[in-house]
Ligand binder design. Structure first.
Ligand code: FES
Length: 219
């Protein structure tokens, strides 16, 4: 019999998580392996216990060695700091141990398992704030700025394509940001170039609001 095409690797000994992950894998047609029986395999999904010593370091290593795998971390206690740390380290999904199976199944069924996400800002930090809301320097896409204008949150590249100025240091008028150096203008919701001398637009990142946070998402 030929091996299934897709595989889920368990790096956890938590029986609740293992049960839930196996159910999700079965429903999606993935085989299940552990580190002891399939070292060196190329899994599509990896489930990691974040509360083991070095759990975050494990995620960082896995992100580097398996860039296309969906990384799922689990915790037993709601700990927003660890949660955020795990997402920034490269976890695509972080969940409480009892919820891993269901959330993993949802992701696999929806076809968004391979969609990476990076947390940018908490919803709570957006409340009641308009215009430029935040600057975040250390994302996988470099420096970005978060805007909240006309009822919409957007996350855009914060580097002018003309000569590298920090765009968010410019003047914002409605949806239009003006580069403080030579006056190029861009739409902060779409990234569209509205006026030169810059000859291209900037990246407006796709975002999702989930779990009380705004994330950049990509595949
Ligand atoms: S650096 Fe922005 S317009 Fe020149």
């Amino acid at each position: 019999m030929s091996a299934p095409d897709r595989e889920l690797l368990l790096i956890t000994a938590d029986p609740v998580v293992i049960r839930g992950a196996r159910r999700a894998a079965d429903a999606a047609g993935l085989s299940v392996a552990t580190t002891s029986d399939r070292p060196g395999s190329e899994p599509d999904v990896i489930v990691v216990d974040l509360e083991q010593p070095g759990g975050i370091d494990t995620v960082i290593t896995l992100r580097a060695t398996h860039p296309n795998a969906m990384l799922v971390g689990h915790v037993s206690m709601p700990d927003s700091e660890r949660w955020l740390e795990a997402e920034r380290a490269g976890c695509d999904l972080v969940a409480n141990r009892g919820a891993v199976g269901r959330q993993l199944a949802d992701r696999l069924q929806s076809g968004t398992a391979q969609r990476r996400r990076f947390p940018i800002i908490d919803d709570a930090d957006l409340a009641g704030r308009l215009g430029l809301v935040a600057r975040v320097d250390d994302t996988p896409f470099g420096r970005v700025a978060v805007y909240h204008v006309e009822g919409r949150v957007s996350v855009i590249e914060d580097v002018c394509p003309h000569a590298g100025e920090q765009l968010s240091a410019g003047v914002l008028d409605g949806c239009v940001i003006t580069c403080p150096r030579h006056g190029s203008q861009f739409d902060v919701q779409t990234g569209e170039r509205l006026r030169g001398p810059a000859d291209v637009g900037i990246t407006a990142h796709q975002i999702v609001r989930d779990g009380g946070r705004v994330h950049i998402v990509w595949t």
